[in-house]
Design a binder for this molecule. Sequence first.
Ligand code: ZN
Length: 325
Amino acid sequence: MYSKIGLEEHFAIPETMGGSTVYFENTGAKDIRSTRLLDLADIRLEQMDEYGMDMMIMSLNSPAIQEIYDAEKAATIARKANEDLATAIQKHPDRFRGFAALPLQDPDLAIKELHYAIEELGFVGVLANGYSNIGTPDEYVYLDDQRYRPFWAEMEKLDVPFYMHPREPMPCNAHTLDGHYWIMGAPWAFGVETATHALRLMCSGLFDEYPKLKIILGHLGEALPFTIWRSQNHLNKRRRGMPAKRPLPDYFNENFWVTTSGQFTLPPLICTMLQMGSDRIMFATDYPFEEIPDACVWFDNLQISETDKKKIARDTAIDLFKLDL
Ligand code: ZN
């Protein structure tokens, strides 16, 4: 059994539960998953001990803060979630670390909470659930928008990773799924939505302006390791005014890391290793939407080199998050 650090390990507070319960409906495990999501200690520690997870870097569920269109309310709930998480970390400092939840509806409020979470609470990164609703339920903004450049400047200065986590597409952008709602969420829509957001960041020139930004994607890169060469190959033929100065695979291989969350099978892992290198892959489960035993037993039995397994299990996370382990 390998000593593992998990990077996509969710919790909820009562105020953010509403957005997640839909994913537990008709699974036969609604109550246990809801209980696990709200638990910040014993239930998850028991499974972590059994399956060799030394540490979880915990993050709020999805969409949580990002779906609150009132910025002040988003800031209040983000603060509560961050403080609840900080309390849980203080009780188990050798087992838990935290990703900050931020009210990105308002970049100034987000910067304020960012500094508080990193500098006062000791969190090691930020996790956001994609785009944020702003102003009204029908308005939204992606993180490549110019209004976020000061936020990204602060992220680069603080030198902490940003985990771009999935959420559903806005209903107005999801008509390709009409009548096929079974592929909303993790079966399909999450990956497309999040990969698109990551491409928006790359194409916008964000990484030309802030070349030291560190972005993490779950689910082995949301299929981008498989597709990014084709994106660039056709951008080479027709750029259509894209601001980015460098080829997209350069940003992907220099500014991005990925985790194994919810992708417990070898072929996409091999593809990701070939595209990005094993130094850019880290272990994660996506608890409690995925099962810790599924992630850990798969990983512990993987037929890849010992060197790569140790990097993926914990060594790369220790370096990237500057963990004092
Ligand atoms: Zn997740």
